[in-house]
Design a protein around this ligand. Structure first.
Ligand SMILES: NC(=O)c1ccc[n+]([C@@H]2O[C@H](COP(=O)([O-])OP(=O)(O)OC[C@H]3O[C@@H](n4cnc5c(N)ncnc54)[C@H](O)[C@@H]3O)[C@@H](O)[C@H]2O)c1
Length: 495
C-alpha cells in the first residue's frame, strides 16, 4: 500500500513538472502557488482514493498472488478506476481549469503503469530468488517413482531443481530409470515408515512433496493396517522429522474423495465426509499437517481430483484410463449407475500444480488447502463414456445399477482465483494420448497387474515394514483419538 501511494505521489509530481518546467520564465513563487493549490489542495487529499479502490479490488488481501497476470490486470484496472474518480471530483474543484489536460494524461499513464509495474517488478525479483535457490536446495519427492511423482520429478529437474526421491519402489523403478542418471537427481530407496530412511532423505532439504501412499479405496481396503501406517502414521512421523530438519514447505497429496457423497458443489471449506479408509487417512493426515503449521513450517494440502492420462508409471485402475483401455481392447465399457459426478485432472496438470505450490510464496500457500482441478472437468461417468465413444465409436456402453451412489462436484475457484491455476489438458487429450500409447505398443494389455495398485498388491502382498522399532513407532502413531470406530475395529481385525 505504501509503495502504491508513493507511486501515485511520484506520478502527480512528474505530471506537474511536465506542465511547469517547459516554461523557464516562471518564478519560484508561481511554482509554490501551483504546488499549494493543485497538489496540497486537491490532488494529495484525493490520492487516498487509490488506496481505497485498490483495497476494494483485493490488491492488499494477504492471499492475493501478485505473481499472476490476472493480478497485474486487476492492479491496472483498479488504478484506472481510482484515477477516473480523482479526475471527476477534481473537475468540480476551483482551479481545475489551471491544470492542463496534458498533465492529467501523464498522471493517469504513470499511475496505472506504476501500480501494475511494481507488481511485475516484485514478481521478477521473486522469480530470480527462486531461480537462484534452485541450484542449492534439493526438493524431496516422497513417492517420486509413482504415477504422479515420476512426472513431478521430471518437471522439477527440467526447471533446474535438485531433486531427491524417497521411494520404496512397491511397483518397481521403471518410471524413474530413465532419469536416474541425471546429475541433479538423487535416489534414496527407502520406506517412509522408517525413521532412518526419512531422516536420511530429509537432510539439507527445504521443501518436501509427499505423495507416497497406498492409493485408492480398494487397495487400502485389502489391508487397513498397512494403509493406516503408510498413509497416516508415516505422515505424522515425517512432520516431526521435517520440522527437526528445518524443512520450510511440505506439500501433501490429498484427494477430493475426502468429500464423500454430496449434492452440493464442494469447496475447501465444506465439511469433509470420508466414506472409506483411504479418504479417512487423507483427512487425518491433513488435520495433522495443518495443526503442525508454524512461522517456519508451511504445509500445503492439495486435494487432487481423480487423475487420468499417461505417465511413466501407467495406471489403469483410474476410471478414465480404465474405460479408455476397455474400449480399445474389448470394445465394451461398463458404467455403474452413471449419473455420479466426479472431478477429473490430467496427471501432468497435477504435477504442474505441485510445482506451482513450490514456487508461490509461503505467505500465500502456507497453511492452505486447495482443491486441485478445473471446474470445466466435472463430469458424470455417462459423459465420460460418451467422450470415449467419440474416440472409439465401436464401443458398446453397458449400464449396470448398483448401490454405490457416491457423487460429488468440486469447486476449483480458490486455486484459480489465488494462483491463476487452470488445467491445460482435457479428458479428450487424455483419451487420445492413451489411444496413441496402445497404437505405438507402449501399452500392450491394460490388465497387466503392475498397472493396478489393487491387483499388484493382491499378487505380491503388502509392503512389509521390516524394522521392528519402526513397526512400534507406526503402531503408536496410527492411533488417533478421533478415528471412527469402524476404522479402529477393522484395524484390529486386520492387524
Ligand atoms: N492418482 C489419483 O487419481 C490420485 C487422486 C487423488 C490423490 N492422489 C494422491 O496422490 C499421491 C500419488 O498418487 P499416485 O497416483 O502417484 O500413486 P502411485 O501408487 O502410483 O504412487 C505411490 C508411490 O509411493 C510409493 N510408496 C508407497 N508406499 C511407500 C512407502 N511406505 N515408502 C516409500 N514410498 C512408498 C510407491 O512405491 C509409489 O511409487 C497419493 O498420495 C494419492 O493418494 C492420487
Amino acid at each position: 500500500m505504501t509503495a502504491d501511494l508513493a507511486i501515485v505521489q511520484v506520478s502527480i509530481f512528474l505530471a506537474m513538472a511536465a506542465v511547469f518546467v517547459p516554461f523557464p520564465g516562471r518564478s519560484a513563487a508561481e511554482g509554490l502557488y501551483f504546488l499549494r493549490s493543485y497538489y496540497l489542495g486537491v490532488l494529495f487529499p484525493l490520492s487516498i482514493l487509490f488506496s481505497i479502490v485498490n483495497s476494494l479490488a483485493g490488491l492488499y488481501t494477504r492471499v492475493r498472488n501478485w505473481a499472476t497476470s490476472p493480478c497485474l490486470w486487476r492492479a491496472a484496472s483498479s488504478a484506472t478506476i481510482a484515477f477516473v474518480l480523482v479526475f471527476m471530483i477534481a473537475s468540480r474543484c476551483p482551479h481545475f481549469e489551471g491544470f492542463p489536460l496534458r498533465g492529467w494524461m501523464i498522471f493517469a499513464v504513470l499511475a496505472v503503469l506504476g501500480t501494475a509495474g511494481i507488481r511485475l517488478l516484485k514478481h521478477l525479483l521473486f522469480e530470480h530468488e527462486v531461480q537462484s535457490r534452485m541450484g542449492e536446495e534439493a526438493v524431496l519427492v516422497v513417492g517420486g517413482a509413482g504415477y504422479i511423482g515420476s512426472i513431478v520429478a521430471r518437471k522439477l529437474l527440467k526447471k533446474g531443481y535438485r531433486v531427491r526421491i524417497l521411494d520404496s519402489l512397491i511397483y518397481g523403478s521403471s518410471a524413474i530409470d530413465e532419469i536416474l542418471t541425471n546429475p541433479r537427481l538423487e535416489f534414496v530407496r527407502g520406506d517412509c515408515r522408517n525413521i532412518q530412511d526419512v531422516v536420511k532423505a530429509m537432510k539439507d532439504v527445504r521443501s518436501v512433496v509427499h505423495l507416497a501412499a497406498i492409493v485408492g479405496d480398494p487397495a487400502c481396503d485389502r489391508d487397513h493396517k498397512t494403509a493406516l501406517q503408510i498413509n497416516y502414521a508415516a505422515t505424522r512421523m515425517m512432520i516431526e522429522i521435517a520440522k527437526g530438519e528445518r524443512v520450510r514447505r511440505f506439500v501433501f497429496a490429498s484427494s477430493c474423495s475426502v468429500y464423500g457423497a454430496s449434492e452440493e458443489v464442494m469447496t475447501e471449506t465444506s465439511q469433509p465426509h470420508p466414506i472409506s479408509v483411504y479418504a479417512e487417512t487423507k483427512v487425518d493426515s491433513e488435520d495433522a499437517l495443518l495443526a503442525a503449521a508454524t512461522e517456519t513450517f508451511h504445509p500445503t494440502v492439495l486435494r487432487f481430483a481423480t487423475i487420468f492420462g499417461l505417465s511413466p508409471r501407467p495406471r489403469f485402475d483410474l476410471v478414465v484410463n480404465l474405460l479408455t483401455a476397455k474400449a480399445r481392447q474389448e470394445k465394451l465399457v461398463t458404467i455403474f449407475n452413471g449419473e455420479q459426478w466426479r472431478p477429473f485432472l490430467h496427471v501432468s496438470d497435477a504435477a504442474s500444480a505441485v510445482v506451482k505450490m513450490l514456487e508461490t510464496p509461503v505467505r500465500i500457500v502456507g497453511g492452505q488447502v486447495y482443491n486441485v482441478g478445473d471446474s470445466r472437468l466435472n463430469y458424470t461417468l455417462t459423459q465420460i463414456a460418451d467422450k470415449i465413444r467419440q474416440v472409439f465409436p465401436e464401443t458398446r456402453v453397458e449400464h449396470v445399477d448398483n448401490s454405490d451412489r457416491r457423487s460429488y462436484r468440486v469447486s476449483f475457484a480458490k486455486i484459480q482465483g489465488q494462483l491463476g491455476f487452470t488445467c491445460s489438458k482435457t479428458i479428450e487429450d487424455g483419451i487420445l494420448e492413451l489411444k496413441a500409447a496402445f497404437e505405438q505398443g507402449a501399452i500392450l494389455d491394460y490388465r497387466y497387474p503392475l498397472y493396478s495398485n489393487l491387483k499388484y498388491l493382491q499378487q505380491h502382498g503388502s509392503p512389509l515394514q521390516t524394522d521392528e522399532l519402526g513397526e512400534q513407532v507406526m503402531a503408536a502413531l496410527a492411533q488417533k483419538p478421533s478415528m471412527n470406530e469402524g476404522v479402529v475395529e477393522s484395524l484390529s481385525a486386520s492387524a
